[in-house]
Design a protein around this ligand. Structure first.
Ligand SMILES: [Zn+2]
Length: 298
């Protein structure tokens, strides 16, 4: 069996998948925030519990909200900052007595959706997470494309492409730059844009609700968001030309996106035709932990 661990900022979840992808066991526990040693103990404990309950051992893959520096082997870029600078892979291997594979959570989404999800028949799957932040991962033939610096897919901190004058230089981003895509196309960015233009402090979910109820301010915010997201996606289609674009994260629940995005992307795609499907992730919130398990698919 394959065991996956989704090492999130609020919970650590473990899943055991059969060879065919059926869920054999699932456990979750609140993340001991800011206590790295306790996190390692919790994650290893979940594996022990699952293996004891099922009476078999498995391979272990781990999805993290960051990346492993190829230079040092240490975690970098994690928004769960207590992971940064830690040798998470080596520490988990020591705790479990076996090799483990560790990947960025967006890469896990891409792997999950390409193995048995919304991109199951596709060769190149580009999975985009639109939630509190914005990021993405790329899977090629079921394997994560990680890149030389293990930053492949770090789309959220590229600039908003084809910016209009009123979009320059753009909001300040925590990464130190201005106008990053994440500041426009994340749920946080959508809410901030709405507040900037209307003075109303609402969540992204509430704005979408108002838009559906006919609120013109919310409609305008959604339309700006759609236009910016379409540009951000088209820019990558021109480079990667994926077989499918899969959306995950909280904003992937906005049904209107799947009908609206293709026509808004097409004018920016450098091709006479454009038919790349944009789909919602099939496994939703479970894609991270399933993808972690599938890191041992190949
Ligand atoms: Zn940034």
């Amino acid at each position: 069996m394959r065991i996956g661990i989704d090492w999130g900022g609020t919970k650590i979840e473990a899943i055991a998948l059969s060879e065919a992808g059926a869920v054999l066991a699932r456990k979750r526990i609140a993340t001991p925030r800011h206590d790295y040693e306790a996190c390692v103990a919790v994650a290893a404990g979940l594996v022990d519990e699952i293996e004891a309950a099922l009476g078999q051992t498995g391979t272990v893959g781990i999805g993290i909200p960051g990346a492993i520096s190829p230079a040092s082997g240490l975690i970098k870029n994690a928004n769960s900052v207590w992971l940064n600078g830690r040798a998470l892979g080596a520490d988990m291997e020591r705790a479990l007595g076996r090799p483990v594979r560790v990947e960025n959570d967006a890469n896990c989404l891409a792997v999950s959706e390409s193995v048995d999800g919304a991109g199951a028949e596709a060769t190149v799957v580009w999975a985009v997470i639109l939630g509190t932040g914005a990021g993405s991962g790329i899977s090629v033939q079921g394997r994560a494309l990680v890149g030389r610096h293990r930053i492949a897919g770090e789309w959220g901190h590229n600039p908003l492409p084809w910016p209009r004058d009123d979009e320059r230089p753009g909001p300040v981003c925590y990464c130190g730059r201005q106008g990053c895509l994440e500041t426009f196309v994340s749920g946080t960015g959508l809410a901030a844009d709405h507040q900037c233009r209307t003075g109303q402090a609402l969540t992204a979910e509430a704005i979408v609700g108002r838009m559906r109820a006919g609120d013109m301010d919310a409609r305008r915010t959604y339309d700006l968001f759609l236009d910016r997201l379409a540009r951000g996606l088209a820019h990558v289609v021109n480079l990667l030309d994926p077989d499918v674009v899969v959306l995950g994260g909280g904003l992937s629940d906005v049904d209107e996106l799947y009908a609206d995005l293709p026509a808004r992307m097409a004018p920016f795609v450098f091709s006479d035709t454009f038919d790349t499907p944009v789909r919602r992730s099939r496994h939703g919130a479970s894609s991270g932990v399933r993808g972690a398990a599938w890191l041992w698919n190949i």
